[in-house]
Design a protein around this ligand. Structure first.
Ligand code: CA
Length: 429
């Protein structure tokens, strides 16, 4: 176990904190009542103001803290890995139980419960991938029982261009969308409120340094272009999607809302939770050379547990806790995050600091591991029954979906991502 893993903080709530112990130190954008949004770092139940703490730093760490002091992390992301690591090292010292700067830091800390969180960055472009192979299989079976995976899946990291303008931070409610749907047996679509609203459990990937137009990012360098990770819920209107998706893929069925968790968990915090990519099943092709890197295959996967919980209006009324719908894992990614960066830029496409990727729904192979209701209910055929007796085929108004993620391996202090939550509001009349 490395020295970092044994360290404790003088911020007492950090020690043993389920999400934000000293070893995590994720960045986000927060505001207090009457104050403008600014960058902060989560430590236990508190947030440390990065602009203020910059006064106590020097060198690259100071530059990074200053870049993170505004109302978005784009400038901080653009600095790349070295200043980010310098700031992390400095924060580990300042917040360590042996720090001699506790008195200076006390006034720069705020209770998270007194603060509002904002989107971490101004997102130029948002791309949603489809790397959860069990999700691709489960959904493919609903549409093509004999041929669930299309032949390109094992060669190309499949994705589509999502809508950046409708990204919002955890806690923002979403409105049930209207759209065109084709009723079973009908040949002409109706326009009206979505009847098959769903969530998708995904890992979000924040791009740090970008690339110049026309200059692909090599697979060996791709991981260095990732600033950090979050949770992402790709809200999906399945009835709109089924009607509109051919031949160009999802459009209005996805572009009405996407939720992300507010804290950016850095690659450095996840370093102890790196893993080898799962071996491909016998008979699968190896990645083409531009996506194949020995180091990435050995260390480029992630060991993150992912969870979906549901809190219905009736459960809220009865003061019941949210109920777990699924427990999944990032090991179900068929492609590594570095492969996504290398593939996205392989044609020369320009990635920019603050661009966001979604992994695609990360389902496991077994019931209880499915990252969408579409899979849990087999397209609405088999409703699930909740422990209070309610049933669901898809989401009802008042339902709140909560995504969580944690890294938990023997001998390491666990770290978490916080929450990504969103409540469904009724459609406009
Ligand atoms: Ca998705």
């Amino acid at each position: 176990m490395s020295h970092t893993n044994l360290r404790r903080s003088w911020v007492s709530s950090a020690n043993g904190h389920s999400d934000f112990p000293l070893q995590n130190l994720p960045l986000g954008i927060f505001s207090r009542a009457g104050a403008s949004p600014r960058g902060g770092v989560a430590i236990g139940d508190l947030i440390l103001d990065l602009g203020a703490v910059a006064e106590l730093l020097d060198g690259l760490a100071k530059i990074a803290a200053q870049a993170a002091s505004t109302n978005s992390l784009n400038a901080y992301f653009a600095l790349g890995a070295e200043p980010r690591r310098a700031l992390r090292t400095a924060l580990l010292c300042l917040l360590d139980e042996n720090s001699d700067q506790q008195a200076e830091l006390h006034p720069l800390l705020y209770l998270q419960t007194d603060c509002q969180m904002h989107l971490p960055a101004k997102v130029g472009d948002y791309t949603d991938f489809y790397v959860g192979i069990h999700h691709a299989m489960n959904v493919g079976k609903l549409f093509r029982p004999d041929n669930p995976l299309l032949p390109n899946y094992k060669y190309v990291p499949i994705g589509y261009h999502g809508r950046a303008s409708t990204l919002d931070v955890s806690g923002t409610a979403l409105r049930r969308p209207h759209g065109q749907t084709l009723a079973p047996g009908s040949e002409v679509p109706d326009f009206g409120p979505c009847k098959r609203l769903d969530y998708e459990l995904e890992l979000g990937i924040w791009i740090g340094t970008g690339n110049r137009l026309g200059q692909p990012i090599a697979i060996g360098q791709a991981a260095e272009h990732i600033a950090g990770f979050c949770l992402l819920n790709d809200w999906s209107a399945r009835d709109l999607q089924a009607w509109e998706y051919q031949p160009l893929g999802p459009f209005l069925s996805k572009s009405f809302a996407t939720s992300v968790s507010p804290w950016v968990v850095s690659a450095e915090a996840l370093e102890p939770f790196r893993a080898a990519q799962q071996p491909r099943p016998a008979g699968d092709p190896q990645p083409l050379p531009y996506l194949n890197d020995a180091n990435d295959q050995q260390h480029g996967a992630l060991a993150i547990e992912l969870e979906v919980l549901l809190l219905t209006a009736a459960m809220r009324e009865a003061e019941l806790p949210p109920e777990r719908l699924a427990l999944s894992h990032t090991r179900h990614m068929y492609w590594t995050v570095a492969q996504l960066v290398a593939h996205h830029s392989a044609n020369g496409c320009k990635l920019q600091p603050g661009d966001l990727f979604g992994s695609g729904t990360l389902s496991g192979p077994e019931p209880g591991q499915f990252g969408s209701l579409l899979e849990m209910t087999e397209g609405g055929k088999h409703p699930i029954t909740l422990s209070n007796g309610e049933t669901r085929r898809f989401l009802e108004d008042g339902d709140e979906v909560i995504l969580k993620a944690r890294c938990n391996l023997p001998g390491l202090p666990p770290i978490g991502f916080g929450e990504c939550r969103g409540k469904v509001l009724p459609a406009l009349r």
